[in-house]
Design a binder for this molecule. Structure first.
Ligand code: F6P
Length: 471
């Protein structure tokens, strides 16, 4: 007979929950350029995720190789510690990124289709969708291979919407989160997608323990889609984390010498004493830069007293130039800006100062000197420019803000709020912002800045991680 003592299973060391954190995103924190002499030049990116993840020690970032330089870096085994780049077949990646993520999912969530003619879901779409699945599977497999038992995996954005479901099947032990940095489409619009694709996308994200969004509105839209299309959200918990501006970094960086130099150069371009209406965007179809220019033209037209007294400083940095529709939009921004300058400009006054070459120091310079910030997207997950400008503004800045930007939820009460399609109302809002009394503008800027920094990037990231590990 075996005694009770002997019957005990051998003592197991207590299983410590893994501290490892994996992040997965299409674009990683570093990119490589291949020089003509064969050298590889690494460029590190910024943004909320880079800053957020810096709060964690035990981490791995899984991302895709995006260009020739990245692919060469993978082949040579060159890399950053803590980053694994996936060399996914270039054609598969192009189908997944340009074909599905940028041309379908981005369009759906930002409601950008001109529906009489698009979208068209045909055999070509199905072919690209198969690539999108292959690309998502490559991420799921890499994560499954790299993750320790019980690790936390934070999957980013629409590009990787299928990953949580795929990873759950491979590794049921993991804590999986998904975060959407974009809006989520309302159900009637989401239903433009073929039924099986809509279901697959929702099931993909619902493979996560937690699906999180930038605002309550986008979270509710996702819940609405799940409820009406699938009958519910299953076991997946829904979270909201409104990414805020990184005040410490911005305030320090905005007072470095290169920013001061660019402020002087901008002042030179705008002319002394003139008011400035500033916008800073990547030239995405959702940013509504053309209607912003049209509103400015309407202001000059309807209120001639502003001529010679104001300058629209518009920074429209290139984005997704592989897509013809983005190239066309970029050209239209340039065309409308040139037209305004041709019609209204004088010997000593250029009404629109448009810059299209990305320059972070110059963006900060414009943030500091802006009298009015124009943030009028058709639809935007958050829009950090709306949060960053009040934080670094030198003398207070009135914010003209679209009610369709995620930032509206937190900043709406101290902004001049616009319907982004209403050009006349936007022109009136610009006038209101330009004529706001100094003390009111200063007081509003102070409140905007306080709201903007409520959840800095590191806390934003740690909150998600805590919530994922907790429940
Ligand atoms: O702003 C939304 C967003 O999806 C970000 O999460 C992401 O960094 C970016 O857009 C993707 O842009 P790109 O296509 O240039 O990688």
């Amino acid at each position: 007979m075996v005694s009770a003592h002997e019957a005990q299973p051998p003592a197991q060391p207590p299983v410590r929950p893994s501290t490892q954190v994996l992040v997965a995103s299409n674009r990683g924190p570093v990119s490589y350029t291949l020089g003509t002499d064969g050298s590889l030049d690494a460029k590190r990116g910024g943004g909320g995720l880079v800053s957020g993840l810096s709060a964690v020690d035990d981490k791995l970032w899984v991302c895709a190789a995006l260009g020739d330089g990245d692919r060469e870096a993978v082949r040579r085994g060159v890399g950053e510690p803590g980053v694994r780049m996936l060399d996914i077949d270039a054609d598969v990646h192009a189908d997944a990124y340009n074909g599905i993520a940028n041309s379908v999912l981005w369009f759906v969530h930002h409601m950008l289709y001109q529906t009489p003619l698009e979208p068209v879901f045909d055999a070509e779409f199905r072919r690209q969708w198969a690539s999108f699945e292959t690309y998502n599977r490559a991420f799921a497999e890499a994560l499954a291979e790299e993750a320790e038992q019980g690790a936390a995996v934070l999957v980013q954005d629409y590009h990787l919407a299928l990953v949580p479901g795929m990873l759950r099947e491979l590794r049921p032990d993991l804590r999986i989160g998904h975060f959407s940095h974009t809006p989520w489409a309302p159900v009637d619009y989401f239903r433009l997608l073929p039924d099986d694709i809509a279901e697959q996308l929702l099931h993909g994200i619902l493979g996560a323990d937690r699906a999180a969004f930038l605002t309550r509105r986008w979270a509710d839209a996702f819940i609405g889609c799940c409820t009406q299309i699938l009958g519910g959200t299953g076991h997946t918990r829904i979270g909201v984390h409104g990414l805020g501006a990184d005040a410490d970094f911005l305030r320090r960086r905005a007072h470095e010498a290169d920013v001061d130099e660019r402020m002087a150069a901008l002042r030179e371009q705008t002319g002394p004493g003139r008011r400035t209406i500033v916008r800073v965007d990547r030239t995405e179809l959702s940013k509504n830069i053309v209607r912003g220019l049209l509103a400015y033209r309407a202001l000059l037209d309807e209120r001639p007293e502003w001529r010679e007294r104001v300058v629209h400083v518009a920074f429209a940095y290139p984005s997704r130039q592989d897509l013809a529709v983005y190239r066309d939009y970029t050209a239209e921004v340039q065309r409308v800006a040139d037209e305004i300058n041709a019609v209204y400009g004088t010997a000593g006054w250029t009404p629109v100062v448009l810059h299209v070459k990305d320059d972070f120091a110059r963006s900060l310079a414009a943030y500091r000197l802006a009298d009015v910030a124009l943030v009028n997207p058709i639809r935007d997950g958050m829009n950090l420019v709306a949060k960053e400008i009040p934080v670094v503004s030198d003398h207070g800045c009135a914010l003209v803000l679209s009610r369709e930007a995620g930032a509206y939820e937190e900043l709406g009460s101290d902004a001049v709020v616009v319907n982004p399609y209403d050009v006349s109302a936007t022109a009136a809002a610009l006038h209101e912002a330009l004529t706001m009394a100094d003390d009111e503008r200063a007081a509003r800027t102070e409140r905007l800045a306080a709201a903007a920094v409520a959840l800095p990037p590191q806390q934003w990231f740690l909150d998600q991680l805590d919530a994922l590990r907790r429940d």
